[in-house]
Design a protein around this ligand. Sequence first.
Ligand code: FRU
Length: 569
Amino acid sequence: MAKINPLTRAFVASLLFAFHSITLCRATETSIDPPQLLSNAKREFKIEKRYLNIPIKNGAPKRKVTTLVDGRALVINDIEVADATPDWWAFMDVSAWHGKTLTLVVDKLPEDSTALSAVEQSNSIKDAKDIYHEPLRGQFHFSSRRGWNNDPNGLIFFKGEYHMFYQHNPYGWGWGNMHWGHAVSPDLVHWQELGDVLAPDDLGPMFSGSAVVDWQNTSGLGQPGRPAQVLVYTAAGNPFVQCIASGADGRSYTKFSGNPVVPHIAGGNRDPKVMWYEPGKKWVMVLFVDVGGANTIHFLSSPNLKDWTVMSHIESFAECPDFFQLPIDGDASNKKWVLTGASSEYMVGSFDGTTFTPETPKLPGHRGTGFYAAQTFSDIPGNDGRRIRIGWLQTETHGMPFNQSMSIPMELKLTTTPEGPRLTWTPVKELESLRAHSWNFGPTTLQPGSANPLAAAQAELVELRAEFDPGDASEVVFNVRGATIVYDAKKQEVSVNNHRAPAPLGGGKLQLRIYCDRAALEVFASDGLTYVPVPFQPKAGDLSLGVQVKGGSAKFTALEVYELKSAWR
Ligand code: FRU
């Protein structure tokens, strides 16, 4: 767990002293209406069970909640605790402190609040039976059991599992209290959420970062034959610095005692993405650094993940950089480097081990909305070394005990276009394991006024694949559970619920793939050149699917619908 600096320790000691004789001290002396606020109300628990279930009311005042174990303050969170009936229950895994005394101290709690007395010690998460069945729970998009998520962090394959860490507020529906959540998957599709692995400490909340396997034990944090998985993250205190944590079992991680490993450089420097650079036998970090209002990516190197030197920097993107090499058109002898930022804009260029030289201007990334801070996996096995990316999908899920989600995993490639090399995005093939039922309606030719060929298909979770030559049709219009996806043949553009994107024909045909879940729609066009993610909540009762053409006939070489099953087992 987090180490506590002497100042924090002194503060906590004084708190404890104050509690010695009186449990609840009144901050204000006189008025009785509205309820008085108690300073540092506390409740002690002898830990015998796995969780503390904590009542949350969205929008309630945020109160400082300090968790002390055997008198030591371990973490302070700002929590919208429910003074009366909660909207939902957050949980804190307290199993690490079995047999110890845990004290929750809540500052400025109204005297008539039931928040502390309602906290339950239990071996189960309250209302656990509903988890993954909630009406707005993405069924093949990852979201956390409880609370808020934003960026994916530390995406990595390690010891036979894909790991996804992520920015997590375990105690709130909105952003805050940044922890690293953790989930694992055998196949990128079925995820199992484990507990949070990094909690805020005296260096600050745990902001975004990456993970690597230190195969050669350059850091000394592993053991012979037991390489360490090293998490590289930003501690977003005052100032922001870069830190590491390590573990060898894929489950528990220990923060490095010598943190930070990169001191403050400038501005809100953050979001380290680290990779092994084989030609130079060194680690390379790309780091977002705001230099006097200019967005730069700094390139740092290290022999051991602990000692870092700035090598170069480039003015480019804001936040969450990623940097990787890809073959062009699959040709291993012709590779280029790609530098991207949180918006998913990117540049293609070359890297000599010190400096990145862009060979393209900044190119647009996704063409939809609500997709941000994507990251690619490190250490993917296999000779093909797929480059797989997951992004934060900003699906707002009001009324749910969780909020936001992740995109589906996509494979990135570089492909030659008349304008130069461009990234393509393709849903990973593992998603096909979710197909429960299929309808094949192609090949077919549609004319204006043709009966809807998809009328027989109905599905809640949808994958739709089409390939067509628009012929003399001016528009090909798909309906997927109330979402409208239009191909404008003249402009060679696709529009997804009015988000327009270029979608060039290839060999006279357009390939389209549409995924629809309970809170998101993701559309891929033009062999992956165009990716249009859109937060979208279909009406529960509307399972309709349709396609029609306007202005002329279009020839479909493929038209398939798959009903998908939930990825939550
Ligand atoms: C991007 C971001 C990162 C930061 C994190 C904090 O969404 O702002 O730059 O590390 O979120 O949660």
